[in-house]
Design a protein around this ligand. Structure first.
Ligand SMILES: NC(=O)c1ccc[n+]([C@@H]2O[C@H](COP(=O)([O-])OP(=O)(O)OC[C@H]3O[C@@H](n4cnc5c(N)ncnc54)[C@H](O)[C@@H]3O)[C@@H](O)[C@H]2O)c1
Ligand SMILES: [Zn+2]
Length: 1578
């Protein structure tokens, strides 16, 4: 057990820390805070904890007679920490008669502590408060120091006070019930505190991380009974006693630091702001990611970034950043906002750079707009005694993965630099093994910290072979070796995926001695490691007598190595042509064999001889001399002996890394010395300076152990005719960028540098040869790829270097580092430049040199900045679409539609295949080769295409069998994961079979088609991220409807058309049919006037995916793409879907998301993982978080709703839907109060049952409704839209409005019938009349000024122009068209003029098979009157590339053309021959000439020329008639019969135009079909 300790703060020992000390807490309060009234305040979660119930009971029973205790409970969560709750608490205290002697006891986390501290600070001008923190965060942070506050909408903790508590009583026992995530959350502050102040504690925390996470990960959920209420609750339970010492210590140490700092600087004038380490950046993330991410999680990310900033400034060493990163992740905290689990937890919210920066500038601790950050000097110590001002430039650099490199500048004081790159990996690994086997203490410096070294260090410690400690803050590793004595350990040695460690340790394990408990060692690793080969090494050890067993797969880890047999030695043979690491492994352990070893390498020259030499040379440094056999080739003699550890061993820097600073010297003409790599080095890349830089014109001085390069004057490097870089392949990238600016002084020279011997570089992190060629080209540098090399043609002058748009790093550290050098040479001589070079994915240098950018910045003096990630800024990236699916699913047609709707280019993969195979057909190819070859080739072509054109706006229509190849499936999945669209197109399989059977041109195949489908269905599903069901179309109209639906679909899933959430009164009808197929004909009417339609999946006849897809498709087509709400209502929530069958539910939701459903209803009671499954894949789908209280258990003021509301906010749903039950009429009033107080998100809130009907009338958006045409309502009390509107009008919600059509003559106007029909159907109280006049003055005085209930005016001839002078504003459409037909009152006697004629034209086309966007087809407008103007505007909006004008006489046309903007591309062609020659690709035409007279002969002749140029491409050329009578006009007849155009009668335009007006005036979606019928009745 741990003692109770008192910690002083501000001169008083008021902090108590202990375990299980509730007795002490009670007595402390009662004895030292005497009062007549104690108020215990806590939240609902604490109330559930038995330890609290006991505490509260004991407190009460310990009170003296003259004192009382009051208890107050708050809704848990940050959302409660506001002024409103504070007020409620104050009112409670006042009502209970609390006075100045009251003592508030705040039992809870930071929310309770902060808020009650603040209440105490102002209640009666200040009362006493005692803090009893129950979360780790509140124990170590929020309860200490007296800062109190509440949040406001505008920011956290904005209103508060300093108010010191009487006591802070910290009882570790509370942590027992703290949920895991909260526990880990608190650790962030603990690590922060140690990090800024206490290095020893930091190290202790490092050592105990694993034990801690083990215990916390094993947390359980337990059920407990509430003593007072008898209710059963579920709470978390951690076996805290297992880590009691550690937890107690970490709490205590943190508290001590905070108390010390606060005592020195209570009001945060300087020192105290050190506690904000990690908070400047952390808060910015928190502001965006809250409430999904917790404070500590964001601070964890903030600490890493701020530590990186400290390193960037050259203050903190890279190893310290690594330590910090490691410890945070070891305690389960996120270290980057991009970590997968963290991204999912925060529902993939973006954290844009600009937002982060703007959030930082309002941080309280900043002076004005300056941003400040705490800078670390080392672990446990800050740089300076306060925070430092940081520039935006530096912050941007730290926060993004895109570096901006400004031109390097020559600086006088940076002419002679010493740079030490990180240690060599190979040398680090070897040094650790040697020192561990050696005798004595060795201080290893410049060690590269990698996975390999980490696992090796742990393994030699576990085997008791050495003692490891650290000095210089971890920069020096101290190995105290025990001379090769090793003991078998119980636990398997886990090596992750560290390959070198596995190989080196295998022989080492053979040296281990048994103990009384263990006589073998197990080496194991992760899944990948368990596939990597180790066979040849094991074979030779076995032959030498060691007993080694494969525990799983032959030839791979895990291995069981027996310790009873010893390593014999003598002659050992080893196949060494596979890996030199086997050789090194045996060499290093050989001195400890029982007999001297003769190691014979079989199979010829060993691979990487250099590495073998390196091992031998290093062994010599540790006192063992290996000799080569004089008789046998590739054979080594190793004497028996013990390594003697040198006192210090400095790991040579990595020679590949060293090429960058040396090349920097070469390019900029300064001197750089690398102090620990010289001619003696065994690393091949150490030759780079001598073999490459020197012949290029640098002065190179290389000693045995150092290299010094001085570059020539800038711009005077010389090309290198030929260099074989085989011994230093990794350095060729550096050589390329140097060669890019190397030239002869001969204007005829090609300045060619030829590099060879680097074939292996094609299979590194990327194809590096190709990568260099591609990226160099962006700088204007030409290259030529060779099979095993590259030719670089240097520029004559560095001023010829071009500024690339951005440089790709291919996630390859060497590519990034090389180009960071060339980047600084662009505009080198320019005086000033604002155009830096952007390098993408700069963090990839972390693989070998995380600090490279810091060195470039601080040591080499480069000006760097960060840039906003290009994905969010470049609009020119167009993600391509891949369409997959069975043959006969309609891929060809739909791919065309897709390309046309998006304006993409189309490639049919089969056609493309034939094209690049010299027009050999697929069939011929298969016959000549094999199916297998075809699949291979098809896959190759496909991968090539998407890698080249994945972002270029293509539609790829694939062959049905593409998914047969595993490699193609992999490629599809990667493409989809990278935001590409893989669209699975499918149709009913039975229909497909019928279709294929009826088609004689399709070969055999038909028989097996079902088998093929069964085989592929799963593949299509797993590879696609979207799917579209294409039903069979039996008529042209159905076909065109399908096209329209598809257009909407594809634009929606691409995010081109974003569905808004209605802001006005709106509704959705709820369908509870078993099969929509049977209701097809009614669906349009049922949904009349609604804004969405809900399909209750739980009511459908079955839940088969194929059935559901079909249902959704039927609904979409029947309602013309009305937004769909996809709802699976569980039984618990009043539906039919079985409870707790989450797997099939998850599938259905996936299907909905893939189908691009508009809304998903997500029950808030679903398990969190199902919810996150939906939220993380939601794309453009909007989520409705719903909760139903069917039984009427909760009144609207019950905290249940509050909690659900907060839950919905934290899930960040788009809409919240709460359905309660009205047991009495007043429940509706409570609901309205709730509605009023909850405006953070769009809210649908209603009461079920008869008594609740009024709530449906009062609910503003998306009210669920029923229809007379439905057999029964989906929920008790549901109303129709008409009923709702009528009641709402009766109650005065809608005031009746009067509308008029004005103009003359208007005797035949259809407007009144059109609008009045709509009002009638929707139950609106409005009236529409005619007002015949040709005087605008009359309209002004009698209607605009005189009609107080004016709803709007439809304006027709002759007033369309003149009336404008009485309007206050025009819509863009009205002003471009230059006429108005619609007047909308704006209130206060102001009016807006609009023109809906163009909308009528556009919508009439759209509902008759013309795509929303005609993508460059040309348009034709016949006539030159007012309607023509609207037609021109409409065609322009529809995407016509050119608009031709045609009229009987040409006189009016030029002025018509001139009145529109240039970019409308209006063209007047006068003669028949001109038309014949120039008019091309006409897709749409609008006839705006009177139709009651015969057509002028001359006009007709010209018109026919146009019509004959109709383009029959992805849609039929279509003519819209503007004249309403007769129903079929001569022009229509001509177009249709003679030229096979589609035609649309004038009634369509009329109704669409009127409907558009209706919707603008009323805000309701008009019921189109009944209106159309009414208007066209006679
Ligand atoms: N005043 C300061 O100096 C300071 C410093 C840091 C943070 N804060 C504030 O602290 C607040 C965050 O504090 P927090 O992280 O403690 O959050 P919190 O108070 O919301 O508690 C976290 C969750 O754990 C539950 N809980 C608390 N103790 C429990 C226990 N023993 N067993 C089971 N469940 C328990 C709570 O009900 C809550 O759901 C923020 O508002 C922050 O602004 C203040
Ligand atoms: Zn904090």
């Amino acid at each position: 057990m741990v003692p109770l300790v008192k910690v002083p703060i501000l001169g008083k020992e008021s902090i108590h820390v202990g375990y299980n000390i509730s007795g002490n807490i009670i007595s402390t309060i009662i004895n030292h805070c005497k009062s007549s009234t104690y108020v215990i305040v806590n939240d609902d979660n604490i109330l559930k904890v038995p330890y609290f119930q006991e505490f509260s009971e004991n407190f009460e029973s310990s009170l003296p007679d003259d004192a009382r205790v009051l208890k107050y409970v708050v809704t848990p969560g940050e959302a409660s920490k506001n002024r409103h709750t504070k007020e409620e608490i104050e009112d409670y205290l006042l009502n209970e008669g609390c006075t100045r002697d009251t003592v508030i006891i705040a039992v809870g986390g930071g929310v309770i502590g902060d808020m009650l501290g603040f209440v105490a600070s102002t209640f009666m001008r200040g009362v006493r408060v005692v803090q009893v923190p129950t979360t780790l965060l509140s124990m170590v942070d929020s309860s200490i120091g007296g800062k109190t506050a509440v949040d406001t909408e505008l920011g956290k903790n904005f209103i508060g006070a300093f108010w010191q508590p009487e006591f802070v009583l910290v009882d570790i026992k509370w942590l027992e019930s703290l949920p895991k995530r909260e526990f880990i959350n608190g650790i962030a502050e603990v690590i922060k505190t140690a990090c800024i102040w206490n290095a020893d504690e930091f190290q202790r925390l490092e050592n105990n991380a694993n034990a801690f996470l083990d215990v916390v990960n094993n947390q359980k959920k337990i059920k407990v009974e509430n003593k007072n209420t008898g209710k059963i609750d579920e709470i978390s339970n951690t076996n805290i006693e297992l880590i009691l010492e550690h937890t107690y210590k970490l709490v205590l140490e943190s508290i001590k630091v905070k108390a010390e700092v606060v005592s020195a600087d209570e009001r945060e004038s300087s020192l105290r702001n050190l506690l904000n380490f990690g908070h400047t950046i952390g808060h910015a993330y928190e502001a965006i990611l809250t409430p999904q991410a917790l404070h500590g999680e964001c601070v964890s990310i903030g600490m890493i970034k701020e530590a990186e900033l400290s390193r960037y400034w050259g203050i903190l060493s890279p190893t310290q950043v690594v330590r910090l990163t490691k410890i945070l992740s070891a305690y389960g905290l996120p270290i980057s906002p991009d970590e997968k689990w963290f991204k999912e937890l925060t529902i993939n919210k973006e954290t844009p750079l600009d937002t982060l920066l703007s959030k930082m500038s309002i941080d309280k601790k900043n002076d004005g707009s300056k941003k400040k950050s705490v800078i670390l000097e080392s672990i446990g110590k800050c740089y300076g005694k306060s925070a430092h001002v940081v520039s935006d430039e530096d912050l941007r650099f730290i926060l993004t993965d895109e570096a901006l490199v400004y031109p390097f500048t020559a600086s006088e004081n940076k002419k002679d630099l010493v740079i030490t790159p990180p240690g060599s990996k190979s040398i680090s690994n070897r040094a650790l093994i040697l020192a561990s086997l050696g005798e004595g203490t060795c201080r290893i410096k410049n060690l590269l910290h990698s996975d390999d070294t980490k696992h090796m260090l742990k393994a030699v410690e576990d085997l008791k072979g050495a003692k490891i400690s650290y000095e210089d803050n971890g920069d020096t590793v101290v190995v105290q070796g025990f001379g090769g004595s090793l003991e078998a350990c119980e636990e398997p040695l886990y090596l992750g995926n560290a390959g070198t460690a596995a190989r080196f340790l295998t022989t080492l394990a053979a040296l281990v001695n048994p103990t009384s408990k263990n006589d073998y060692v197990v080496l194991t690793g992760n899944a990948r490691m368990q596939q990597r080969p180790i066979g040849p090494l094991v074979d030779s050890l076995r032959t030498n007598g060691s007993e080694i067993e494969y525990l799983k797969n032959e030839g791979c880890l895990p291995l069981k190595i027996d310790s009873k047999t010893s390593f014999k030695g003598g002659r050992i043979e080893l196949a060494a042509t596979v890996s030199s690491q086997y050789v090194s492994s045996i060499l290093m352990c050989a001195p400890y064999a029982q007999e001297p070893v003769t190691l014979a390498l079989m199979g010829g020259k060993p691979i990487s001889q250099l590495y073998v030499d390196m091992t031998i040379k290093m062994m010599e440094k540790f006192g063992i001399k290996v000799t080569k056999s004089e008789t046998e080739p590739f054979t080594y003699l190793i004497p028996k002996g013990k390594y003697v550890n040198p006192e210090e061993y400095v790991i040579e820097s990595d020679a590949s890394s060293a090429t960058y600073p040396l090349a920097f010297a070469a390019m900029t003409g300064i001197t750089v010395t690398v102090p620990n790599i010289g001619s003696e080095s065994l690393q091949g890349d150490a030759r780079f300076a001598i073999d490459v830089l020197k012949p290029m014109g640098c002065t190179v001085v290389q000693t045995a152990t150092s290299t010094r390069v001085t570059g020539p004057a800038v711009g005077s490097l010389k090309p290198l005719n030929h260099v074989d870089m085989e011994p230093m392949t990794d350095a060729f990238l550096t050589a390329c960028v140097v060669a890019a600016i190397a030239h002869d002084n001969d204007p005829n020279s090609e300045n060619k540098t030829v590099i060879e011997g680097i074939a292996n570089q094609r299979v590194k992190e990327c194809n590096r040869i190709e990568a260099m060629a591609t990226q160099l080209a962006k700088f204007g540098v030409n290259t030529k790829e060779l099979p095993d090399g590259i030719e670089v043609y240097g520029l004559d002058n560095i001023e010829d270097l071009q500024l690339p748009k951005s440089v790709h790093s291919y996630d390859d550290h060497r590519v990034a580092m090389s180009f960071s050098l060339l980047a600084g040479m662009v505009n080198y001589n320019a005086k000033e430049t604002s155009s830096p070079v952007k390098i993408l994915e700069r963090h990839c240098t972390g693989k070998t040199w995380p600090g490279w950018w810091d060195i470039l910045h601080t040591e080499l003096g480069a000006k760097l900045d960060g840039s906003v990630p290009s994905s969010s800024t470049t609009v020119d990236s167009k993600k391509s679409v891949v369409i997959i699916g069975m043959r006969a699913a309609g891929k060809t047609t739909i791919s065309k539609w897709c390309a046309s709707a998006l304006g993409y280019k189309l490639i049919d993969l089969d056609d493309y295949f034939e094209e690049i195979h010299g027009n050999q057909t697929v069939k011929e190819f298969v016959n000549q080769n094999s199916w297998e070859d075809f699949r291979k080739e098809e896959t190759r072509i496909f991968k090539d295409l998407i890698s080249k054109h994945g972002n270029d706006g293509y539609v790829f229509s694939s062959g049905g069998g593409l998914v047969e190849s595993p490699e193609a499936r992999e490629a599809l999945k990667i493409f989809a994961a990278d935001d590409g669209i893989v669209l699975h197109l499918h149709r009913d399989i039975e229909e497909t079979i019928v279709f294929l059977q009826s088609d004689p041109t399709r070969p055999a195949y038909v028989e097996e088609i079902r088998d093929v489908w069964n085989k592929r269905e799963g593949w299509y599903n797993e590879c696609s991220n979207f799917e579209f069901f294409a039903p069979h179309c039996s008529s042209e109209t159905e076909f065109q409807n399908l096209r329209r639906i598809f257009d909407k679909y594809i634009n929606k899933i691409m995010g081109n058309v974003v569905l808004g959430i209605p802001k006005q009164r709106s509704s959705f009808v709820c369908l509870t049919f078993e099969d929509l197929f049977e209701e097809v004909d009614n669906l349009a009417l049922i949904t009349a006037g609604c804004d969405a339609v809900e399909v209750r999946i739980d009511h459908l006849a079955n839940y088969e995916p194929a059935f559901i897809s079909k249902q959704l498709s039927i609904l979409r087509i029947a309602t013309d793409g009305l937004p769909i709400i996809f709802t699976i209502r569980t039984k618990k929530q009043g539906g039919k879907f079985p409870d707790e069958v989450y797997e099939s539910m998850r599938h259905l939701f996936t299907l909905a998301l893939k189908s691009g459903i508009d809304f998903i209803d997500m029950e808030l009671t679903l398990p969190t993982d199902v919810q996150y499954h939906i939220l993380n894949r939601k794309g453009h789908t909007k989520i409705i978080g719903s909760h139903h209280d069917f039984s009427g258990e909760y009144s609207w003021d019950d905290s249940e709703w509050e909690t659900r509301y907060n839950q919905a906010l934290s899930l960040d749903v788009d809409i919240i839907k709460f359905v309660g039950s009205a047991l009495k009429f007043e429940d509706n009033l409570l609901l309205e109060t709730f509605r009023n107080n909850h405006k953070a998100k769009p809210l649908i809130a209603i009461n079920m049952r008869e008594l609740g009907k009024i709530s449906r009338v009062l609910n503003p958006i998306l009210t669920p409704i029923t229809s007379e045409l439905l057999p029964n309502a989906a929920a008790p009390g549901q109303l129709t839209l008409r009923e709702i509107n009528k009641i709402y009008s009766t109650l005065g919600g809608f005031s009746p409005l009067n509308f008029y059509v004005v103009g003359s003559p208007i005797g035949h106007s259809r407007s009144p019938i059109l609008h009045n029909t709509g009002y009638e159907i929707l139950g609106l109280p409005h009236k529409f009349d005619k007002f015949e006049t040709d005087s605008i003055e009359k309209v002004k005085s009698e209607l605009l000024d005189g009609e107080s209930n004016l709803g709007g005016l439809a304006v027709t001839i002759p007033l369309k122009l003149e009336i404008m002078k009485y309007l206050n504003d025009l819509t863009p459409a009205a002003s471009t068209i230059g006429a108005i037909n619609t007047i909308i009152p704006l209130g206060n006697g102001k009016f807006l003029g609009d023109n809906t004629d163009w909308l009528g034209i556009k919508n009439a086309f759209a509902s008759n098979g013309v795509p929303e966007n005609v993508n460059g087809a040309a348009g034709l407008v016949i006539g030159a009157g007012g309607t023509s103007r609207a037609a021109i505007y409409a065609l322009h909006i529809m995407g016509c590339s050119k608009i031709y004008l045609l009229n009987r006489t040409a006189t009016k046309l030029p002025s018509l053309k001139a009145s529109f903007p240039e970019n409308f591309n209006i063209i007047i062609l006068n003669s028949v021959s001109d038309i014949e020659k120039e008019a091309k690709n006409i897709g749409v035409a609008v006839s705006c000439i009177p139709a009651d007279k015969p057509i002028d002969i001359d006009l007709l002749g010209r018109l026919e020329r146009f019509l004959s140029n109709g383009i029959h491409a992805s849609f039929k050329p279509t003519l819209l008639e503007a004249a309403y009578k007769p129903a079929i006009t001569p022009i229509m007849r001509l177009s249709k019969d003679k030229y096979k155009w589609e035609t649309i009668p004038g009634s369509h335009l009329l109704v669409h135009q009127g409907v558009a007006q209706f919707e603008r005036w009323t805000g309701f979606r008009a019921p189109f079909d009944p209106i159309f019928r009414a208007v066209t009745k006679d």
